[in-house]
Ligand binder design. Sequence first.
Ligand SMILES: [Zn+2]
Length: 206
Amino acid sequence: MRRTSWLAAVLTVLALCAVLGARHSFAKEEPRPVPEGAEFQRFLFAATLEGALEDGLPDELARVVLEQDAEGRYRNFVYACPVCTPVIAGLLAFGLRGEYEYSVKGELFFDTSRVPERIVAELRSASIAERRLGVEHLVDRWVRRRVELLRLDDAERALWRDAMERGRKKGMAMLEKQHAADGSGPNDDMETCPNCDGSVDAFGRR
Ligand SMILES: [Zn+2]
């Protein structure tokens, strides 16, 4: 190769490095926009569906998480909470998998339950406060897994954590509003939302 061609090749590589380097530092300095709306919903929906599949959540435990009162209201979720809603949707989607496994006997997506014993014991407890703790620990685990999977950097984690905090704030306001004075509400005995707490805890306690 002639000397000028070598020089051109070296300059091209250097220019490419400069462009890639600039893009890289731009990506580090400018974290992704604040996650909210559909992106926020999708994150929790995906975390839940993926977490339940990865954990091979037994139907018996899924039913505990989605426990309803006599009027069909969820006992472990806050109605219209921005965190609870996509978690419910993820679990309902998980529950639909049996509908299209026409010729498959048993489970298609997992072989055994990987739900930690501590969480299984909490979900099987006779106390609803304990069961809600189990829900909180499951959601914490599932959101944590998704964060690891997406390889979010520190700035992105901070954005998501703040978004979860905002979601929890809205959820807590809903919960307070829904507490029935006569004790007839499904969450009258719920002090904090297990799904909101689990989602925030997944980013580490401050
Ligand atoms: Zn909630």
